[in-house]
Design a protein around this ligand. Structure first.
Ligand SMILES: C[S@@+](CC[C@H](N)C(=O)[O-])C[C@H]1O[C@@H](n2cnc3c(N)ncnc32)[C@H](O)[C@@H]1O
Length: 216
């Protein structure tokens, strides 16, 4: 059944394709956005990088209606899927941006504006010659650090043990972030369908929680 979406006609014209309710399309992809460009209300913003089918993002948004949530995803089909889910659920606090993660965090999004940044099960690039493509290294850490508010935090979860260990080592070389313990159940943190499938196979997820600023 086709859902009728309120279309953003200007954005649709700009991109030459359908643009969906809950999709965020910057008017200019080469200018840094302001928080007001992202959401039309002043509220804490969380960022989900590589949001996939949106099952994590939507659960968070339903649980915390007083916060805003921006998902970033490079695959158009997935962006559409998340937009549909958000629209069906009547969520006004979710937006989805179709763009590449590193460009988005380094150049597009407003600094010191995000309370939490989530990176959940990103591509582990398992072959050694591809490690240079992994997000979890200094340029990405710097960009995420700069996006966070002074009390903000960065949360990373992976199903790939070797990538997890590699990431912990890279994070140790970035002392601006303070790594703190994160046990299952410490706070509400929903699992995506991808994570549930992984755990159903008896596999483990690895967590890394990094604070910006001084917690003393
Ligand atoms: C393994 S899936 C995990 C999705 C979701 N975080 C979850 O836990 O269910 C990784 C997602 O990141 C997206 N992705 C991978 N590299 C990306 C990039 N450089 N920029 C934006 N999205 C990316 C993929 O298209 C995919 O949807």
């Amino acid at each position: 059944m086709k859902i009728e979406y309120p279309m953003d006609e200007v954005a649709s014209e700009q991109l030459g394709r359908e643009v969906y309710a809950n999709e965020f399309v910057p008017r200019d992809f080469f200018s840094a956005q302001t928080p007001a460009d992202l959401f039309n209300r002043d509220a804490p913003i969380e960022l989900d990088l590589g949001c996939g089918d949106g099952s994590f993002l939507i659960q968070l948004a339903e649980r915390y209606p007083e916060r805003n949530f921006l998902g970033v995803e490079r695959l158009l089909g997935r962006v559409k899927k998340v937009c549909k889910k958000a629209h069906r659920a009547g969520l006004k606090n979710v937006k989805v941006l179709r763009l590449e993660t590193l460009y988005t965090v380094e150049w597009l999004l407003p600094k010191e504006s995000f309370h939490r940044v989530h990176l959940i099960c990103p591509d582990p690039w398992p072959k050694e010659r591809h490690h240079k493509h992994r997000l979890m290294q200094a340029p990405f850490f710097r960009a995420v650090y700069d996006l966070l508010t002074s009390d903000g935090e960065f949360l990373f979860r992976t199903d790939h043990e070797e990538y997890y260990k590699w990431s912990v080592e890279k994070m140790a070389d970035f002392p601006e972030f303070l790594t703190i313990p994160w046990e299952e159940g410490d706070f509400f943190y929903p699992k995506s369908d991808f994570q549930l499938q992984w755990e159903a196979l008896g596999k483990k997820l690895h967590n890394l929680r990094c604070l910006k600023g001084d917690v003393m």
